[in-house]
Write a protein that binds this ligand. Structure first.
Ligand code: GLA
Length: 357
């Protein structure tokens, strides 16, 4: 399938954006904290043209699904909601958006914590920028993408995913202060590379999930501690007076911010790995966003020689693990660990390095 076959005309603009994997700094972005993601090789591509019949037409190659939207229509569901959200937000910014035909194809895996939705939002917005010559920069694109996710897909997310998809590359890490959006590019620890393995247990973060609940708990903890956001606290002891559940949530965020700040100073692969392992324990026990399949996979990785550290990555409640491993050993380690993991009854798969891109 391609744009011309679906819409009987060639595309007039095209843009793409990558998924991301977060190395450290999980659930810190909506607490105004620090994150350390990198882009992954898998990308989402959006091709665009003008539609002549007064309706928007969005086609997803991966789902083989077309959604047609009259200007007056209410928000669609599924992949179309993200595209629709981007268009509506641009209209609210005062830009005139004519009826469009959009063709989407993607190699970013869905529901595993690698930000397939941010890749779709950022690719859509960059495509619209190109087609309509909009004067918006990459940071504004990330901010609009985040709003599309919050207002049109119901996930009360932070800005990490869209910033990473809009600005990060696969060769380095993006150290980002999510309050000020100050950022710097940091090399991977020397002698190390990234491995991402899907646990096979997938998540649905939007509306009704524990994600929005975690965010509300953090906001409550910050309110009780008298700070604007948990980012304003650096000593985990400060969380002690909170009720038990809020204390654990706050402790995760405070210690996780500290781990990112330490890693961003440029630590050895060994130390970086220790910080990742501590991050996993904190996500599992204090933040309670892991699941047994992910804990099993992380434990297997952590025990394997050549692995510096491993942890759950992304929003959680299932999804993928990221590991820092000795350069050149990624695929070998993944094959060995997956054999063990899948023998235990799971259906894991290697996502990075990708097999066939
Ligand atoms: C999801 C959200 C991000 C971030 C992560 C957890 O990916 O979209 O904003 O909160 O979860 O770190």
């Amino acid at each position: 399938m391609n744009f011309e076959k679906i819409f009987s005309q060639p595309p007039e603009a095209e843009a793409n954006a990558p998924g991301r994997v977060n190395l450290l700094g999980e659930h810190t972005d909506y607490n105004d904290g620090f994150v350390l993601p990198t882009a992954i090789p898998q990308r989402t591509t959006v091709q665009l043209g003008f539609s002549a019949d007064g309706q928007h037409h969005f086609y997803s190659e991966d789902l083989d699904e077309q959604v047609n939207i009259l200007e007056s229509n209410k928000t669609p569901s599924g992949f179309a909601s993200y595209i629709f959200g981007c268009i509506e937000l641009l209209k609210k910014e005062g830009y005139a958006i004519p009826p469009l035909s959009l063709y989407v194809k993607s190699t970013v895996p869905i529901g595993v914590g690698l930000s397939s939705s941010a890749a779709l939002e950022v690719a859509t917005l960059k495509g619209l920028r190109e087609l309509l010559h909009l004067p918006i920069n990459d940071v504004e694109i990330a901010q609009l993408g985040q709003q599309a996710e919050i207002q049109y897909a119901g996930l009360n997310c932070g800005i990490m995913d869209q910033m990473a998809s809009s600005l990060a590359d696969t060769d380095s890490m993006l150290f980002l202060d999510t309050r000020t959006l100050e950022r710097s590019v940091i090399p991977f620890p020397e002698g190390a590379e990234i491995l991402v393995i899907d646990s096979g247990v997938h998540h649905e973060l939007a509306a009704g999930s524990g994600y929005n609940q975690r965010r509300a708990e953090c906001e409550e903890a910050a309110r009780r501690l008298g700070v604007k956001a948990l980012r304003d606290i650096t000593n985990p002891q400060a969380a002690e007076p909170l009720p038990e559940l809020l204390r654990r949530r706050a402790r995760h965020v405070i210690t996780e911010d500290n781990r990112v700040l330490e890693a961003a100073q440029g630590v050895s692969a060994k130390r970086f790995g220790e910080l990742m392992n501590a991050s996993h324990t904190s996500q599992r026990d204090d933040y309670e966003v892991s699941v047994p399949a992910v804990d099993t996979l992380v434990a297997m990785l952590q025990k394997t020689s050549g692995v510096f550290g491993a942890r759950l990555t992304g929003g959680g409640f299932g999804g993928a693990c990221v590991a820092l491993v000795a350069t050149g050993q990624g695929r070998g380690i993944a094959t060995k660990v997956l054999e063990q993991f899948n023998q235990a009854g799971y259906t894991g798969r290697i996502l990075v390095p990708p097999k066939d891109l």
